[in-house]
Design a protein around this ligand. Structure first.
Ligand SMILES: [Zn+2]
Length: 315
């Protein structure tokens, strides 16, 4: 059955469920899926958690489509996600923002970083980076990301006449240990210089990197609270460094537990997670609520379930 057909038979509860945020709300949260496919059980957990946290704080909840990685995006997937969310009673309080249309803003942020000496062009191919690391005697575990060796740093000789490919953030080695407290995971720390190195802001293929787009948009949308999947937690330190370099506020973070597949690995589009079956949105929502440690109130409608979980939410 196609999604459209399934939705046609689903109760039209979504449109009645918009509980406007209280006047003068200061909390602004968001759910920011990548439209690389329909929502699955794992992404619904992040969507529900961010919505409940916003409502429990009397705040605003936004949906943002993180479609900067255009080759990975699937045409129509964004609209499918919005319809899936609506079937679950989760509707953005403001117009949905699409990152693919916001390149001008990201460029402005990059220009600002370049002017401040915090970003520089890089001519390295993946092969160049591997070779430089090998020359430095760096032994890397399989699947471990390469820490950029700093080859094109302006202080280290820059491009040496080569054509720029990507743009990188210059991590200040002196201030590279980032400490932050996650509302669920507790105190966190990462040494970005040692563990990541100068990370990419604009890719060699001209596309904007996730880190820059997220930081620019969270600030532009006035996001005060980020609630997202735990698989994204290790991006937080990089994002905080970018916020500081751009003189932007740092939101509060809450990373949700991950839904594991039968193989014990994180459920994701990459490992073949099935799209949500929304013939009965209450079932999908209840499963997500269980992952979040919420009670099963045994209620009839999506609206009643959401209201009960909002009350139970540990704001
Ligand atoms: Zn380079």
């Amino acid at each position: 059955m196609t999604l459209a057909k399934r939705f046609a038979s689903a109760p039209l509860e979504g449109s009645d469920l918009r509980q406007p945020p209280s006047a003068g709300a200061t909390y602004r949260g968001r759910f920011a899926p990548s439209p690389t496919g329909p929502l699955h059980a794992g992404s619904l957990v992040a969507a529900l958690a961010s919505w409940l946290d916003a409502r429990a704080h009397g705040g605003v909840w936004l949906v943002r489509m993180e479609d900067v990685d255009t080759p990975r995006c699937v045409p129509g997937a964004g609209d499918t996600i919005l319809r899936q969310l609506e079937a679950c009673g989760l509707v953005s309080d403001e117009p949905v923002l699409w990152q693919s249309r916001r390149g001008t803003l990201y460029q402005k942020a990059l220009d600002q970083l370049v002017a401040a000496g915090r970003a520089y062009p890089c001519a390295c191919s993946r092969k160049d980076i591997e070779a430089a690391l090998e020359a430095q005697g760096v032994v890397r575990q399989r699947h471990q990301g390469a820490v950029y060796p700093g080859t094109c740093r302006p202080g280290r000789g820059g491009l040496r006449g080569k054509a720029p490919r990507a743009w990188r953030f210059a991590v200040d080695a002196l201030g590279s240990v980032v400490h932050w407290t996650d509302r669920r995971l507790g105190p966190q720390a990462q040494d970005v210089a040692a563990e990541v190195g100068d990370f990419v802001l604009k890719r060699a293929d001209g596309l904007w990197a996730y880190q820059l787009a997220v930081v620019v948009d969270d600030a532009a949308q006035g996001i005060t609270h980020v609630v997202r999947g735990e698989d994204l937690a290790d991006n937080t330190a990089r994002q905080i460094l970018l916020q500081q370099a751009l003189a932007l506020p740092t939101p509060a973070y809450w990373h949700t537990p991950l839904v594991l597949g039968d193989n014990g690995e994180k459920l994701s589009k990459q490992n073949g997670a099935q799209p949500l079956d929304l013939s009965d949105p209450r079932r999908a929502l209840s499963r997500a609520a269980r992952t979040l440690g919420l009670p099963a109130p045994g209620l009839d409608s999506v609206a009643e379930l959401l209201a009960a979980w909002t009350k139970a939410w540990p704001a």
